[in-house]
Ligand binder design. Structure first.
Ligand code: BG6
Length: 485
């Protein structure tokens, strides 16, 4: 259905950009920071897998160690975000900067001071921070001593960490997200990246899985409990806090109209997307999850108070990442394509990025409607964007029209969703400044409006420069999404 009315973004719409500490902060061992799970993953490329090395190896490139050095350059970076007119900036806090081991008795004051400085700098420009409390990293000590989220004791360590953050930043941060892409924990290398559990295999990240679903869903349950406790505690500390969930929304179409395909697509939507948000938004496990657990012999070890904890810790808003869509089919012989930490089937109607992620702006409208119809709470798109190779011309310019085109089409579809009645409150495209890829560890896969001079091997001056999309996005924000050309 083509739009026929003039659609506008609501006043006060939160335009901005998104990052994660382990992919852009660097300073991995500075000012008392402990080693995180992200710090033990080596660099990789499009085709070379990354490795998890429990002991750091000499002469090996670990991309999180320096990343793009926001740790030392935050003033310059925030100035550039302000120049684009950001209203909101999504960032995460490195847990191991605050609690170096995760189970320490006292927080690391120097780590807290770093974020004091960052929040003060954002305030200078009236940029609202949106803080992810745990974005694909945890203190590595929690992996080694407790096998990460498989152990319920980690819930208490996390809640203690939240308590410290909430008390310290209660006057400067209003928007919080408890876990990044919580639904990734049960998928492939999510067990390590999201669940901090030591995977099976030879250390290659691409094959780093925990096969036992019992362990995976138990760990996920612990994160649900931790998230719910954090939400309740946050509201007690400051009743104005808005605390959200964050889901990697995997938009999956049935490949054909065969009822088997249609049903499979619905089941995937349920188990991959809605299981987590049903628990976090509605406060209870949905029936389809209970059936899945029954059918697969999974028994979630629930304590007596858990049902109540989940009910009392429902989130205020729903946020998600959206990059692409895939198809599902009951026929196992269909062609596969890549995607955001997951795989799906090729859609013959769509083109794909250089990393094989299918580009589907309308899928964003579909997803926004699908999610909003279910929960009817405010939504925010906190990740979206095109990972692409950029070329720096002789005069220093970077003409990333392909990125502008991708974002423009997605913003148009957000407008359509708003006209459909969806309450969309903000948009923070991913990697607003070039940063390390979570999936491949590359610098070459760039999303930013701001170019960072650094290559896959770690060479470069780290100098920042404005891409063509920088000026384009500035105008989009200035006109509140009116002018997209
Ligand atoms: C999301 C993550 O899955 O996708 C980010 O929350 C990640 O951390 C982003 O960087 C893009 O994925 P990639 O693999 O291109 O970095």
């Amino acid at each position: 259905m083509k739009n026929t009315t003039h659609i506008v973004f609501p006043q006060g719409f939160l335009w901005g950009g998104a990052t994660a500490a382990n992919q852009f902060e660097g300073g991995y061992n500075e000012e008392g920071k402990g080693l995180s799970t992200a710090d033990v993953i080596t660099a990789g490329t499009h085709t070379t897998s990354r490795r998890i090395t429990p002991v750091l190896e000499e002469g090996v490139n670990y991309p999180s160690h320096e990343a793009i050095d926001f740790f030392h350059r935050y003033q310059e970076d925030i100035r550039l975000f302000a120049e684009m007119g950001f209203k909101v900036f999504r960032m995460s806090i490195a847990w191991s900067r605050i609690f170096p081991n995760g189970d320490d008795a006292e927080p690391n004051e120097q780590g807290l001071q770093f974020y004091d400085r960052v929040f003060a700098e954002l305030k200078k420009y009236n940029i609202e921070p949106l803080v992810t409390i745990s974005h694909y990293e945890a203190p590595f000590h929690l992996t080694q001593k407790y096998n990460g989220w498989s152990d319920r004791r980690v819930v208490d360590f996390y809640v203690r960490y939240c308590e410290v953050l909430f008390n310290r930043y209660k006057d400067v941060v209003k928007y919080w997200l408890t876990f990044n892409e919580i639904n990734i924990l049960t998928l492939s290398f999510g067990a390590f990246m999201a669940g901090a559990m030591m995977p099976e295999g030879n250390g290659e990240l691409a094959h780093a899985t925990v096969k036992d679903e019992q362990v995976l869903y138990q760990a996920l349950h612990h994160q649900f409990i931790a998230s719910a406790k954090a939400v309740k505690l946050g509201h007690e500390i400051n009743k104005d806090f808005k605390i959200g969930c964050m889901i990697a929304y995997m938009c999956s179409y049935p490949l054909t109209c065969h009822p088997d395909d249609v049903l499979l697509a619905q089941q995937k939507d349920n188990m991959s997307n809605f299981l987590c948000s049903d628990v976090q938004v509605r406060g209870a496990y949905p029936g389809f999850a209970k059936r899945y657990f029954r059918d697969h012999n999974i028994q979630i070890n629930m304590q007596e108070e858990d049902e109540n904890i989940l009910k009392e810790g429902r989130v205020d808003f729903y946020t998600f990442s959206y990059y692409s869509s895939t198809c599902v089919s009951a026929d196992p012989n269909q062609e596969k394509v890549g995607g955001n930490l997951s795989m799906g089937l090729k859609n013959p109607h769509l083109k794909a990025s250089a990393w094989d992620w299918q580009i589907d702006p309308q899928g964003l409208r579909w997803s926004l409607n699908n999610i909003y119809n279910r929960y009817e709470i405010p939504l925010m798109v906190v990740e979206n964007g095109l990972g692409a190779v950029d070329t720096v011309e002789e005069d220093g310019s970077i003409n990333d029209d392909y990125r502008i085109d991708y974002l423009k089409q997605h913003i148009e579809q957000m407008k359509e969703a708003i006209a459909d009645g969806v309450e969309l409150i903000g948009y923070t495209p991913w990697g607003c400044i070039d940063l390390v890829s979570a999936g491949t560890g590359e610098m070459k896969k760039r999303y930013g409006f701001i170019y960072v001079d650094k290559d896959n091997e770690g060479n470069g001056t780290l100098a920042r420069s404005r891409k063509k999309s920088f000026h384009w996005y500035k105008n989009v924000i200035e006109t509140n999404g009116e002018q997209l050309d």
